[in-house]
Design a protein around this ligand. Structure first.
Ligand code: SAM
Length: 452
């Protein structure tokens, strides 16, 4: 009998999707999947390196797994590091963390079963940082998906943008789009299996550029991505979300597609990173604050209200008070529904890592808090506007705060809690919003909805 494998995931949705793919491959090769590290002979950590803190977390976790098995008098499990840290650090991990037996790069997912076999066969320091092989397809079994209602569907891997702060082009390689035929077939299959929502994912979904247009012939559009949106919408899948969009490639036809198909959800995540043109240039984003705001204006002029969220980095090297002030002004202007704020983290190997004029940790914290406060005041007003309105909610689970309540997401990607009334997870229900909280909405159930 083959060993039990435990997969633990850190970081973004691409990592979650990659774990689902790895689990599918392992199960097909006869491995069992464990529910915890304590229960497994093989532990694989799927890692994130986008900020230093995420990277450090993995090394702490390796030490923890090692000491837990020692304390319990068990043999140390075989430990593998997969994902972005594996790809970037490579063999150096063996020296830094001698408990690690296996290093699996971001494109070696489908080879994990044979890599485990090699390590279990006695080979020391097994490592695979190679490319995906020709003919590999994205194969994820429904049983390995994180949710039975919401499915992640990768449409593009990697990144060609080379923003000066970002490690992704080095950890995930160049952009590679999946064929539209394959994506549309996967979404149709998910629909017939009862999934209510798909999230098309990628570092830059709107940079989608397949080698061939197969599968898009019947769908017009200004870009391959807007044609893909129409093709996916035509499958009849109840809700379709997509993330993340890259500003420079954000064509207005995406908004047209959202206007044409109500099942393309009313939410766009468009990271700006800074409101200062000087900093945007140093970040090598390829857009100015004005270009960005023009795109936001286009989104705001859509026939139905589209929720907009963004990412911002504070404390990029050389960011002056005036630069930060420009970011605050841009946030006031864009009035985001949600904002992810990050303190700049120096990533070795990126162009920004060699820039001088680092911003002190205390200044980064001060800017983070000021921006957070501004966003909270904007968000409070946006959320308050939902009171009295009806939102369609995909019910996900019981609320962590109260066993009387259920929780889910609206089409505009807000967390909505409501009194349960025996509502099943997986149902799509209408909720009348009665209360706005800082990061969620609360309401009363209007319809009971159906699971199938
Ligand atoms: N494709 C996205 C974009 O448009 O840039 C990037 C996705 S990245 C995985 C998620 C977010 O992490 C970025 O939008 C950025 O705000 C943040 N991030 C990336 N590199 C960072 C760094 N070196 N320091 C702090 N935050 C960073």
């Amino acid at each position: 009998m083959k060993s039990k494998v435990y997969l633990e995931t850190f970081g973004c949705q691409m990592n979650v999707a990659d774990t689902e793919r790895a689990a599918t491959g392992l199960r097909k090769s006869g491995y069992d999947l464990a529910a915890s590290a304590d229960d497994a002979e093989v532990v694989l950590l799927n890692t994130c390196s986008v900020r230093e803190r995420a990277e450090r977390k993995v090394f702490r976790r390796i030490a923890e797994i090692r000491s837990q098995s020692k304390r319990a008098g068990r043999q140390k499990p075989l430990i593998g590091v997969m994902g972005c840290v594996a790809q970037l650090e490579g063999a150096a991990i063996f020296a830094d963390a001698p408990a690690v037996d296996l290093i699996i790069g971001t494109r070696a997912t489908d080879r994990i079963p044979s890599l485990i076999e090699r390590a279990q066969g006695g080979e020391a320091a097994v490592i695979d940082l190679d490319e995906r092989q020709e003919g590999e397809v994205w194969d994820v079994s429904p049983t390995e998906r994180r949710s039975p209602y919401v499915a992640l569907v990768p449409i593009i891997e990697g990144c060609n943008k080379f923003c000066s702060f970002c490690i992704v082009p080095y950890s995930r390689g160049r952009e590679k789009s999946r064929s539209a035929l394959e994506i549309v077939a996967e979404v149709s299959r998910l629909r017939s299996l009862g999934y209510k929502e798909v999230q098309l994912i990628g570092q830059n979904v709107n940079s989608y550029r397949p080698k061939l247009q197969h599968g898009l012939e019947s769908f017009p559009g200004a870009t391959s991505f807007s044609r893909l949106l129409r093709a996916v919408a035509a499958t009849g899948m109840e809700r379709i979300k997509f993330t993340t969009s890259f500003p420079r490639d954000f064509h207005p036809d995406i908004v047209c597609a959202l206007e044409e198909f109500p099942n393309l959800c009313d939410w766009i995540h468009l990271p700006v990173q800074s409101g200062s043109n000087r900093i945007l240039k140093a970040m090598r984003r390829g857009h100015s604050a004005e270009d960005y705001c023009q795109r936001i204006d286009g989104i705001k002029q859509a026939k139905r209200r589209l929720a907009i969220t963004s990412d911002i980095i504070v404390g990029f090297p050389g960011e002056s008070d005036a630069d930060f002030e420009s970011t605050m002004r841009l946030v006031e202007k864009c009035r985001y529904d949600g904002l992810f704020i990050f303190k700049y983290s120096r990533r070795a190997g990126t162009p920004a890592a060699s820039l001088e004029d680092e911003i002190s940790e205390s200044e980064k914290t001060a800017r983070f808090l000021a921006l957070e406060q501004l966003q909270e005041s904007i968000q409070e007003r946006i959320y308050a506007d939902y009171v009295g309105k009806q939102l369609s909610v995909l019910v996900e689970k019981q609320s962590a705060r109260s066993s009387d309540d259920m929780t889910g997401h609206s089409t505009c990607h807000k967390v909505v809690n409501f009194r349960a009334n025996q509502t099943q997870p997986g149902a799509v229900v209408d909720v009348l919003i009665t209360q706005a909280k800082p990061y969620s909405l609360y309401g009363d159930l209007m319809t009971s909805g159906s699971v199938n």
